[in-house]
Design a protein around this ligand. Structure first.
Ligand code: NAP
Length: 248
């Protein structure tokens, strides 16, 4: 039986790299995104051109009804779900904590914390043997920011990723006896468009001398860790984290 994977924020960056690698490994790939229709449909077209199966689903993971509709679309198209990658995440313009307003912080927490919990809920309802499912695996895409703290840049974002890490720990224990493994990947400085949202497109170049391996990472290098954690090769690994950060 062909496995089905749902990747949130799969239209660009790390999520898109996960989508391409998952398709190469034989998954049927559901690619969620928030607004960039062209990017998501470009990934779907590339997967289908290579003979794979893919579906783009526009939904805001921070909206409960949209998350429910997204999972219903996965059910309708593929009839099963084996893997979830909670990858969608946002940050905001670099500033100190004393400059932040509540609207900004709520927006970060809604996408980076509420969204993954809602998606995990829907995945567990489908995967858990407790609910008649056949098991599965979840990977939460966190950040080294959860450990480093992002002082002077976006402490709110770092705090949201620390919360996501606790979701990984708690949920992994909650569903371990129900056929579901839950793990986290913490990327470091990766070349994607996300840094422009923080107001500094060249952030990786500025900071790469602080990386022991001496460079920023590529989305494909993160995807390798994500897909390994989802695979049967990681069958005894749950509640764990892989830092893909060049040693930083
Ligand atoms: P990116 O290039 O900015 O792409 C973000 C993706 O998430 C896009 O597909 C976007 O959709 C989607 N998205 C954003 N908000 C969403 C929402 N509310 N609902 C659904 N989809 C949403 O980001 P990235 O750099 O690949 O980052 C991916 C993940 O890795 C994030 O969780 C990020 O925190 C984490 N991470 C990144 C780095 C790094 O250096 N890049 C480092 C550590 C951790 P649209 O295309 O429609 O806008």
């Amino acid at each position: 039986m062909t496995k089905t994977i749902l990747i949130t924020g799969g239209g660009r960056g790390i999520g898109a790299a996960c989508a391409r690698l998952a398709a190469q490994q034989g998954y049927q790939v559901c690619i969620n995104y928030r607004s960039d229709d062209a990017a998501a449909s470009g990934i779907v077209d590339a997967i289908e051109a290579a003979g794979g199966a893919a579906l783009a689903i526009r939904a805001d993971v921070a909206q409960e009804r949209e998350v429910e509709r997204m999972f219903a679309q996965v059910d309708a198209r593929f009839g099963r779900l084996d893997a979830l990658v909670n990858n969608a995440g946002v940050l905001a313009r670099q500033m100190r904590v004393e400059q932040m307003d509540a609207a900004r912080i709520e927006r970060i927490l809604a996408t980076n914390v509420l969204g993954p919990i809602l998606c995990a809920r829907e995945a567990v309802r489908r995967m858990s043997t407790r609910h008649g499912g056949q098991g599965g695996a979840i990977v939460n895409v966190s950040s080294r920011a959860a450990v480093l703290g992002s002082a002077g840049e976006y402490v709110d974002y770092a705090a949201s990723k620390a919360a996501l890490d606790v979701l990984t720990i708690g949920l992994s224990k909650e569903v371990a006896g129900e056929g579901i493994r839950v793990n986290g990947v913490r990327p470091g400085l990766i070349h994607t468009e996300m840094h422009a949202d923080g107001g500094e497109p060249g952030r990786v170049e500025r900071l790469q001398s602080s990386v022991p391996l001496g460079r920023g990472g590529e989305p494909e290098e993160v995807a390798q860790a994500v897909l390994w954690l989802l695979s049967d090769a990681a069958s005894y690994t749950t509640g764990s984290f892989i830092d893909v950060s060049g040693g930083r």
